[in-house]
Design a protein. Structure first.
Length: 559
């Protein structure tokens, strides 16, 4: 018999369904209730559109094994497929009479009707089943899938809310079924899952959906009502929510992940809570909220009951939080407490972060001291900036070149490349005025930096970097709302004084055109862009100028 079933299966795989049906029928002659053969016969005859031929073998099987749910289900499916509705209903009634609390008879019937596209009959079967079982929430999963098939998303959500009250483990299935809800129906779906009487699993499904639909803050608002110290599965649910938020990956999702981890820490036993607080603080740092991370970790870092390693880990994250919050002095004090307990790599990373914070505050000597002995390319790059801010043009150039073009992230590398090109035009080893201006720019004082850059440019010869420093001044001023008029004047001066073969004049005219576009003056931008392209055809900025010219011409109103 086993060989016959195997042969039937191989014939099915080969697409020889008539031969497969004969092989299965041969098995059934010797063993009428052989379930693999019955199911194989069903598959083969379905392909041949001869399902009615399953009826007699199925009836013989039922006579041998009258309580087998798989045989009963097969016969119900066949009755439905060949449109013997009364026979299907009668068999469901007999099966249900033997097992009054079992949903299986109705489930088989409903699914068979759905698979044949008989949705109204399937809905009637659900009503019949609920009445017979005397449970309004019975067959809710089948009802939810039926409503979804007919794109009644709110109805599906209502049925899932019923189902999840009794079967919370179905939450991932509910989320997967409802996540394709069209945008215009999502609010009502969430409402259906978050009614006042909604079960925690239904609310968690709503939170899952809101996360996936780009509303993490609202997702957390819904989710947090389902967990607490007395909720047995609270820790697991919080951890799962945090993982889903991490997968979403947006800043807002990272923030609510941190909220979940912080709540997770609150309900854990004390011996496990510190690591959870550390994880929550790291998540808050990733979300850009150093102050909240500090609030979570400050007490934990002083917990005398925690292990030294755990306290050191907490203090490490606390140092990062203090740096993110712009408190380098407090960060330095925490780092001093934990410094010797840290691995070398982690210690160097924190020293580097502190050096960056000192640099941003203009505490250049302190930054230099922190970077001493660190030979990493990131440290070389930062020490180059520190030297530059102190006026050391030659030293900055040497360190930028030693760091290479790829140190740091893309923004760091681009800034360093631009600055190297500018310094290369300045024939000075030391230029404190330029360093002071650039430090003001790094600290966010754009207007002050622009004015200081103009003063520094006045100390340089026209062909010795003056126009390049002026160009930077104009670009900085043009990026502010109140400095745009002054920026235009600077660009005009550079264009008028443009040196043959120089790069400042075409770059200034391009920057001027970009400024005019931001001011909604496309016609004026067209004039400058055409002049740039004709006057400096070999300039590296010409391709960008051509793209902007097309955009500007498209924005000029037709006369």
């Amino acid at each position: 018999l086993g060989q016959g079933i195997g042969r039937g299966f191989e014939l099915e795989r080969a697409g020889r369904f008539a031969d497969a049906a004969q092989a299965y029928q041969q098995v059934l002659r010797g063993e009428p209730a052989n379930l693999p053969a019955l199911l194989g016969l069903e598959r083969a005859l379905d392909h041949l559109t001869r399902l009615a031929e399953v009826l007699d073998p199925a009836r013989r099987a039922l006579a041998v094994d009258s309580t087998n749910p798989a045989i009963l289900g097969l016969l119900i499916r066949t009755f439905v497929a060949v449109d013997l509705s009364d026979s299907a209903a009668a068999l469901v009634a007999r099966w249900s009479a033997r097992a009054p609390a079992d949903e299986s008879p109705y489930r088989e019937w409903i699914v068979a009707l759905e698979d044949r596209g008989r949705f109204d009959d399937a809905r009637a079967a659900i009503v019949t089943g609920r009445r017979a079982l005397a449970r309004p929430a019975a067959l809710a999963i089948e009802a939810a899938e039926l409503e979804q098939r007919q794109e009644n998303w709110v109805g599906a959500a209502q049925e899932w809310a019923r189902a999840l009250a009794g079967e919370p483990a179905q939450q991932p299935n509910a989320t997967a079924q409802l996540e394709d809800t069209p945008a215009d129906g999502r609010a009502k779906v969430v409402d259906a899952l978050t009614r006042a009487d909604a079960a925690p699993a239904a609310r968690r499904t709503a939170a899952d959906l809101l996360l996936g639909w780009g509303e993490p803050e609202r997702a957390w608002t819904v989710f947090q009502t389902t967990v607490g110290p007395d909720v047995p599965d609270g820790p697991y649910a919080l951890h799962r929510f945090a993982e889903r938020a991490l997968a979403v990956g947006t800043p807002a999702a990272r923030r609510v992940r941190a909220y979940a981890l912080a709540r997770f820490a609150e309900i854990l036993p004390a011996r496990l809570a510190l690591q959870a607080r550390i994880d929550a603080a790291r998540a808050l740092l990733d979300a850009g909220d150093g102050a909240a991370a500090r609030a979570i970790l400050a007490p934990a870092a002083l917990d005398s009951t925690a292990s030294p390693a755990a306290r050191a880990a907490a203090r490490t994250v606390l140092v990062r939080a203090l740096l993110e919050a712009g408190e380098p002095d407090s960060a330095a004090a925490e780092l001093a407490r934990v410094n010797d307990d840290l691995p070398l790599e982690e210690r160097e990373q924190l020293h580097f972060g502190l050096a960056r914070a000192r640099t941003a505050r203009g505490q250049l000597a302190a930054a230099d001291s922190l970077l001493a002995g660190d030979s990493s390319v990131a440290a070389l790059s930062l020490s180059g900036w520190v030297s530059l801010y102190r006026g050391g043009v030659k030293t900055a150039m040497e360190r930028f070149r030693a760091a290479g073009p790829y140190a740091g992230d893309r923004e760091d590398a681009t800034a360093r490349t631009i600055m190297t090109a500018l310094l290369d035009r300045i024939a000075r080893d030391s230029f404190p005025e330029l360093g002071a201006a650039l430090l003001r720019l790094a600290q966010g004082d754009s207007l002050g930096a622009a004015a200081a850059l103009q003063r520094a440019a006045g100390q340089l010869p026209e062909h010795g970097g003056r126009l390049d420093v002026l160009l930077l001044a104009g670009q900085v001023a043009g990026g502010t709302a109140t400095g745009q008029a002054g920026a235009a004047d600077i660009f005009a001066d550079i264009v008028r004084a443009g040196e043959p073969g120089g790069s400042a004049a075409p770059a200034a005219e391009l920057a001027w055109s970009q400024l005019l576009m931001r001011q909604n003056r496309p016609a004026d931008a067209v004039t400058h862009l055409e002049h740039l392209i004709l006057s400096y055809p070999q300039s590296a900025v010409v391709p960008e100028a051509r793209r902007l010219l097309d955009k500007a011409k498209g924005a000029v109103p037709r006369s």
